[in-house]
Design a protein around this ligand. Structure first.
Ligand code: AP5
Length: 185
């Protein structure tokens, strides 16, 4: 399976990706997680990404696309993968199309959730985990960027017949069951 998970911040992409990756035995590739690991390890890539992430802005394509291109060359992706948080712009879709020319995608899963719910979830996470970009103003900026730059991708993938939309509200288990049903239908 070659899958993409798309949805607003806090929709549950990372949470559901863990279940999906285990179910299909494919690697979970989260660009946000890769950036955070690089920031933690004070790498050059991390230093370039941090200022953008802290403000809720997208990391420039000059950093992000190459990182994904390299990751998709790894042997563990040959049997499939789950991309979480990439692509996020129409330009990134074009880049990914180039990377996958011989191995097309199977599905793009859009997790939907109201802004009020995702803000509440992320504010709770900020208390539990202290993630740097989970302050209320940065969450609002991430939501704006999602609406402006990422939401248009769903129409694009729908026109390719790849999009499945799944309601991200409810318990984690309920959402997992909905995704499974959508992928099996
Ligand atoms: P990224 O890490 O991808 O963050 P995000 O898209 O804002 O998403 P989140 O991780 O906040 O939410 P999620 O949908 O994964 O939900 P989660 O499962 O964690 O990106 C961070 C930054 O990196 C970007 O802002 C950008 O700067 C940069 N970046 C990343 N990719 C990039 C790209 N392609 N190009 C450029 N820049 C890029 O859940 C959230 C919370 O809700 C958790 O606490 C969870 O426990 C809880 N929760 C989940 N599901 C449920 C449920 N059903 N019920 C109740 N609580 C739930």
């Amino acid at each position: 399976m070659r899958l993409i998970l798309v949805g607003p911040p806090g929709a549950g992409k990372g949470t559901q990706a863990v279940h999906l990756a285990a179910h299909y035995s494919i690697p979970h590739i989260s660009t946000g997680d890769i950036f955070r690991a690089n920031i933690k390890n004070s790498t050059e890539l991390g230093k370039r990404a941090q200022a953008f992430m802290d403000k809720g802005e997208l990391v420039p394509d000059s950093v992000t696309n190459g990182m994904v291109r390299e990751r998709l060359k790894d042997a563990d992706t040959q049997g499939g993968f789950l991309l979480d948080g990439y692509p996020r712009t129409v330009a990134q879709v074009a880049e990914l199309d180039g990377m996958l020319s011989a191995t097309p995608l199977d599905r793009v899963i859009e997790l939907t959730a109201d802004s009020d719910v995702v803000v509440r979830r992320l504010m709770e996470r900020s208390i539990e985990q202290g993630r740097a970009d989970d302050s209320e103003d940065v969450i609002r900026r991430r939501l704006e960027i999602y609406e402006e730059q990422t939401a248009p991708l769903t129409a694009l993938y729908k026109s390719r017949g790849l999009l499945v939309q799944v309601d991200g509200l409810g318990s984690v288990e309920e959402v997992t069951a909905r995704i499974s049903a959508a992928l099996n239908s």
